[in-house]
Design a binder for this molecule. Sequence first.
Ligand SMILES: [Zn+2]
Length: 395
Amino acid sequence: MVSMSLDSSSGISGVSQLFQLLRDGVPRTRAELAKSTGLARSTIAARVDELMRMGLVTPLAETVSTGGRPPSQFALNPGARLVLAADIGASHATLAVTDLAGSILAQHSEPLDVTLGPVAVLTWLVQHARELLARVGREEKDLAAIGIGVPGPVEHSTGQPVNPPIMPGWDRFDVPGWVRQHLDVPVLVDNDVNIMALGERALAYPAVEHLMFVKVATGIGAGVISSGTLQRGAQGIAGDIGHVRVARGAEVPCHCGNKGCLEALASGPAIARALRAQGVPAENGDDVVDLVKRGNLDAIQAVRQAGRDIGEVLTTCVSLVNPSVIAIGGSMARVGEHLIAGVREVVYTRSIPLATEHLAIVQSAAAQNAAVLGASMLAIEHALSPESLSALVSA
Ligand SMILES: [Zn+2]
């Protein structure tokens, strides 16, 4: 979950530098800290005191009684500050308050149409953020940052959605600027699939450096973590695999204007459409999931074929990125193994053996919490970065 930087340039304070070591939550003694930093014991002692004064680091009670000696181990105090994590979906939104370790303290979820536009949706966010803070007995000043995931491409440096196809009114809207008028803390915005990748990794694969998260729902997209870093690309659309053409596509029209896109064949609505053409009643992705769970053979075959189509595109991704984990999530992943079996069938037979020797293709472990966990990670990563900490120390 934590990327460690001991860069002493660019004005990063020594206190912040020491904190980057303690961020992983593992308790350490002053002697251990001195050893891993090469700093003098007296310097370590002063910096630990400063971090304790800020509340970010806490002394741990010793397991054996030492007759009043001061505690000698220190670790991150996850409750020192809070972050707000928001998962804005096409038709549903979830908001959570988490601590600095990403543990969810309170959560609220309800149907919310993203097409209502940024002001209505963000007003909802601010209002419920205050309610959640009140519920856990904390105040706005305890917030360190806010992470928000939205269902469209985002220019990460500005937090502005860019030409998001299913978010009318959001194009180039200054999400951080608007939110900060109400909750004045750093606001990080990213594409929902990107934050799902962060959430999945934090929950299930903290030691994995190369991971892809594939969301299969109304749309299809992927979040790519390479060498431990989320890859956004030049315009924030890295991993947008939904409009890659697949062989079976031929003349199937896609809402993007092209033909034969992966999304036009393997998304929830696309599978439902294919089933209707066979006379099987399915209006949407949820109906497909229900049919599969009831053992409908046509639905199972359609889902398996969708898995193969996704696998076709992922085979190329595997060659480019060489991930060790591909996690499949999104609402269509609820069909279980049938979808993943189709993905595996193609990826494992078409990729070069070396690329798949240690590749796990699995169901998302974070499931419906992936996005909110990832939004929390995005916010925490910013709040605890050397730069943010240095600003806090010098403040
Ligand atoms: Zn398309």
